[in-house]
Design a protein around this ligand. Structure first.
Ligand SMILES: Cc1cc2nc3c(=O)[nH]c(=O)nc-3n(C[C@H](O)[C@H](O)[C@H](O)COP(=O)(O)OP(=O)(O)OC[C@H]3O[C@@H](n4cnc5c(N)ncnc54)[C@H](O)[C@@H]3O)c2cc1C
Length: 393
């Protein structure tokens, strides 16, 4: 299979049907959801009912059992619709908490949480970040005290996507010192669980973001995902898929911005001609297109290597995450510039794309954290240097 043209006829059929879904079930509601600062739960149900939430998940739990390129199709179509906030909500449901349940959950946990989430009947969230710890996952302070037949959970989580809408939150808690952390599936109906909306966000307005408080919350032992004490490793292993989808959404958002800027440059006139006739604008568009192609190549290569190596493809995934998420912001910023004053208004959608894209270098691991991972792999790892020498004889 050619990694740069990975789609077959089935992928294209999926693309076509999801594009229709976006046109009828998402696009007409976006302005309202942006104003409400959250989407409607109904969109999860409709997505689930149509089979678009669980494309890559096993069929026995309500997924479609398709390959990762099918998830790429869904992510690209959402990005092409310029619905960053909604994409974020759907992504925080499908690619943050559910891969953990799928990877280490029991059959009962999968039936109780994952299957209804894939049907869109339950909304899910993943809570790692705290007011005092984001990049430094090892610094979290929320504790889960083993009380025999339940955990007593105390602490607080910050910036949690879907936090107020969620029916369950896959939560990282401290069960001991250092990296002794665990993951609990916390039912949001439990006494001691409270979520308040964070409404002062720069962008991603359609997504619900919350601060969560856990106050003497009694969580049953059956809520433990995998083994107690292994939570940090589960999170690190499952974060790669989340980063891949972010790269795909990033490159496709850049493509959308190039298209919008080209259209505008052909229509808008200044000094007696279309601004797209000015060489400076044409060259800007050319540079935007080059950056977008580079982002696409890197994102697709990362998906391809992940399919071959799994989480061991960490180097290329981290590189793609760092590169794409920085570049997409430049491309969208240039698109806004080409739109002049109208770019600063809401009319053409570029302002929203600009606001939404700003999160890309912060969420799912900041660019600086990606650079840390990459530098550890290439600077500190002598194997990498040996490979470099070996390749040159
Ligand atoms: C809208 C939104 C939605 C989010 N959704 C979720 C969610 O659903 N679930 C969840 O758990 N979290 C979520 N987050 C949190 C997000 O993952 C964190 O904001 C992110 O990981 C950064 O953590 P922080 O904000 O604590 O920044 P910090 O970690 O405090 O970083 C501050 C700055 O220091 C830099 N820095 C940190 N460590 C290093 C280092 N070692 N070397 C160099 N520079 C460094 C960072 O790159 C950054 O520039 C969300 C955030 C936002 C804004």
């Amino acid at each position: 299979m050619n990694p740069f043209h990975p789609f077959n006829e089935d992928h294209e059929l999926l693309r076509h049907s999801f594009r229709e879904f976006v046109k009828h079930e998402i696009a007409p509601y976006i302005e309202q959801w942006e104003a409400d600062k959250h989407c409607d739960r109904e969109v999860f149900r409709k997505m689930g009912e149509s089979g678009f939430l669980g494309v890559t998940y096993p069929e026995e739990f309500g997924g479609s059992g398709l390959d990762l390129w099918s998830a790429v199709v869904i992510a690209e179509e959402l990005a092409h619709a310029n619905v960053g906030g909604l994409s974020m909500s759907l992504y925080a449901h499908t690619y943050l908490p559910l891969p953990l349940i799928n990877a280490v959950g029991t059959t009962e946990q999968k039936m109780t949480y994952m299957a209804p989430a894939l049907r869109g009947e339950k909304v899910a969230a993943l809570a790692i970040t705290e007011p005092g710890a984001g990049s430094d996952v090892g610094g979290i302070k929320t504790t889960a005290k083993d009380m025999g037949d339940y955990y007593l959970v105390n602490g607080s989580k910050m910036f949690i996507t879907n936090g107020t809408m969620a029916d369950f939150v896959v939560t990282v808690v401290r069960t001991g010192e250092g990296y002794d952390m665990s993951v609990l599936i916390i039912d949001t109906s439990l006494p001691g669980f409270r979520a308040i909306p964070v409404k002062n966000k720069l962008g991603m307005h359609t997504s619900d973001t919350a601060q969560i408080f856990l106050e003497d919350c009694k969580v049953p032992k059956s809520a433990l995902l995998g083994y107690q004490g292994n939570g940090f490793y589960y999170i690190m292993n499952n974060i790669q898929e989340e980063r891949l989808i972010a790269c795909v959404m990033g490159w496709a958002s850049a493509e959308w911005a190039v298209y919008k800027a080209m259209q505008y440059a052909k229509e808008r006139e200044a000094f007696g001609r279309a601004i797209g006739k000015f060489q400076v604008i044409r060259h800007k568009l050319a540079q935007m297109a080059i950056k977008t192609e580079a982002c696409k190549s890197m994102a697709y290569r990362a998906v391809h290597e992940y399919l071959e190596q799994g989480p061991a493809a960490i180097k290329i995934i981290s590189m793609a995450k760092a590169f794409v998420c920085e570049q997409v912001q430049e491309v969208i910023d240039d698109a806004l510039q080409i739109h002049g004053g109208w770019g600063y208004m809401e009319d053409y959608g570029v302002a929203r794309a600009w606001r939404d894209a700003r999160l890309m270098t912060v969420g799912a691991g900041t660019t600086e954290v990606m650079h840390e991972i990459i530098s550890k792999l290439i600077v500190d790892d002598v194997r990498h240097q040996r490979q470099f020498v070996a390749a040159r004889g």
